[in-house]
Design a protein around this ligand. Structure first.
Ligand SMILES: *Cc1c(COP(=O)(O)O)cnc(C)c1O
Length: 382
């Protein structure tokens, strides 16, 4: 037994880490030759300059330029904002702050974002599941039955991998159910694609509400690792006790501030409009395909769809992968049998994707015909 296995916390030995899109394809080598439509990233690079004048100094705990820029963007006060190393760090901080290890639980509503469960497991918090309904709405009766059992409730709107917004009425009901007993987290990683649906303005009314945001999706900065936790001052103060002393590096703060300045916001809005348009086109196209049995409504930068059966699901996934086009298989998630998810890349990338699918089915048809014909000929000859 290795020294690591001998000394580690027992539950870590069998634990499987988050299977990120990047990790799943790490072995496939070059990033350049591939079309990445599996991690909900934006397509195309950004161009930024960093200022290294003070790089010999530790950064501020919360860099002022960054917090100021985000404060103006989200229309809250600086005291309501905590900048983190991606929204993922926000998830982890919330669990570490509010859940006593080996005692408390978090509540999730699958199918949902994988990191809630991973972070909970990592910390030794139990996981209570209240699945979304068939219509992908919150199961309010199911939630009500769990009041008092969980310390943190994770809601995701728009949802990942589902894509749909939760109705504001449902979020409000959930907030009221857990008002005395849990932190209710609304993960708004994709809210820029339907900004009018944000619940950020509800912080005044709900002291137990926490909102997660990120620059990884609509802002096209997944590689930067910058996110924000929005909450009332008591919660921000508590999270600040748990977070590392210098969570945001100075170059990250510089680049993020530029992305949040007026011209950066303008670019983001253009990107969002284009993405929303391409998403509608892709969803319409998918809906017309005979092998596609369901296209889920999306308010984010990806589309989830169901294939007629598992054979077709695997055929599409593998045909695309063979051509270097990577999408995400979501079929192992609760209620998502035979489902695949495509991130909205550039117009060019999506047209390559459609063409590759069309060609693969045509090739398959030809091959199937050849096989049948050969078989028929062989049968006749026998
Ligand atoms: C991508 C994503 C995150 C994580 O964002 P980072 O800021 O890159 O850590 C959080 N929640 C959801 C729902 C996501 O899809």
């Amino acid at each position: 037994m290795s020294i690591a296995n001998k000394l580690a916390r027992k539950e870590l030995i069998a634990m499987v880490p988050y299977q990120s899109a990047r990790r799943l394809f790490a072995s496939s080598g070059d990033m350049q030759g591939k079309i990445w439509l599996n991690a909900n990233e934006a397509s195309g690079p950004g161009h930024y300059q960093v200022n290294s004048d003070s790089i010999n100094r530790y950064p501020d705990f919360q860099p002022e330029n960054l917090i100021n820029a985000y404060r103006q963007y989200c229309r809250l006060s600086a005291e309501n904002i905590l900048a983190t190393r991606g929204a993922d760090e926000g998830i982890e901080l919330i669990i570490r702050t509010f859940c006593q290890a080996y005692q408390d639980s978090v509540l999730i509503c699958p199918p949902t974002y994988g990191m809630y469960a991973i972070s909970a497991e990592n910390h030794g918090a139990d996981i209570i599941k209240v699945p979304l309904t068939k219509e992908l709405a919150l199961d309010l009766a199911g939630l009500k039955a769990q009041v008092g059992q969980a310390k943190v409730v994770f809601l995701c709107s728009p949802g990942n991998p589902t894509g749909n917004l939760l109705s504001q009425d449902e979020i409000q009901t959930a907030l009221e159910l857990f008002a005395e007993s849990a932190i209710v987290v609304v993960d708004e990683a994709y809210i820029e694609f339907s900004p009018e649906q944000s619940v950020a303005s509800w912080l005044k009314k709900y002291p137990h509400l926490v909102i997660l945001r990120t620059l990884s999706k609509a802002f096209a900065l997944a590689g930067l690792r910058c996110g924000f936790t929005l909450a009332n001052t008591d919660i921000i103060a508590m999270l600040s006790k748990v977070i590392a002393p210098y969570p945001i590096s100075a170059p990250v703060a510089d680049i993020a501030s530029t992305a949040l300045a007026p011209s950066g916001l303008e670019q983001m809005n253009v990107r969002v409009q284009e993405t929303n348009m391409l998403r509608v086109q892709l969803a319409d196209w998918l809906a017309q395909q005979s092998w596609c049995s369901q296209v889920f409504n999306s308010d984010a930068n990806f589309v989830l769809f169901r294939c007629q059966n598992e054979t077709i699901k695997n055929f599409i996934f593998e045909s695309l992968a063979r051509q270097g086009i990577l999408i995400r298989d979501q079929s192992k998630q609760q209620n998502l049998t035979d489902c695949l998810r495509i991130s909205i890349g550039s117009e060019h990338e999506l047209s390559l994707l459609k063409q590759t699918i069309i060609n693969s089915f045509n090739d398959k048809l030809t091959t199937d015909n050849v096989i049948t014909t050969t078989a028929q000929t062989a049968a006749k000859e026998n």
